[in-house]
Design a binder for this molecule. Structure first.
Ligand SMILES: [Zn+2]
Length: 129
């Protein structure tokens, strides 16, 4: 399910959507000076990551959905661990969780956005190993 060749692999490990070998970002999402900067091209297969100027603006819609998913996940975790938080405490827990995961949420959103437009190509992947 998480192996190479699946979109989930490319999204979660922030790899090139076409070859799943090259890195998608300039640096780790938590390196804040390079905050979620997408590379110009894939190092391995040469895929141009930006189809058009401001291509990744669309990933903001995706990051909204991913942020909601993280918030719901935090809420469900408080239920599983039976923390019985009051609404304000729950709100603060969700805000802290979102702030801590924000760099990764942004990166994953851009990767999801790219994976909508690019498909995995096994031939390209094997040629560039
Ligand atoms: Zn590539």
């Amino acid at each position: 399910m998480f192996g190479k060749g699946t979109k989930l692999y490319s999204i979660l490990f922030l790899k090139c959507p076409r070859c799943h070998e090259g890195d998608f970002l300039e640096a780790n999402p938590y390196v804040l000076s390079q905050f979620n900067k997408v590379k110009e091209r894939c190092d391995k297969c040469g895929l141009k990551y930006s189809i058009e100027p401001s291509f990744y603006y669309g990933s903001m819609y995706v990051s909204y959905a991913v942020g909601i998913a993280v918030a719901v996940a935090i809420f469900v975790l408080t239920l599983i661990f039976n923390l019985n938080l009051r609404p304000l405490e729950l709100f603060i827990a969700i805000v802290i969780g979102l702030i801590l995961s924000m760099p990764y949420i942004g990166a994953v959103s851009k990767s999801i956005w790219a994976n909508i437009f690019f498909k995995y190509d096994k031939a390209v992947a094997q040629k560039n190993k």
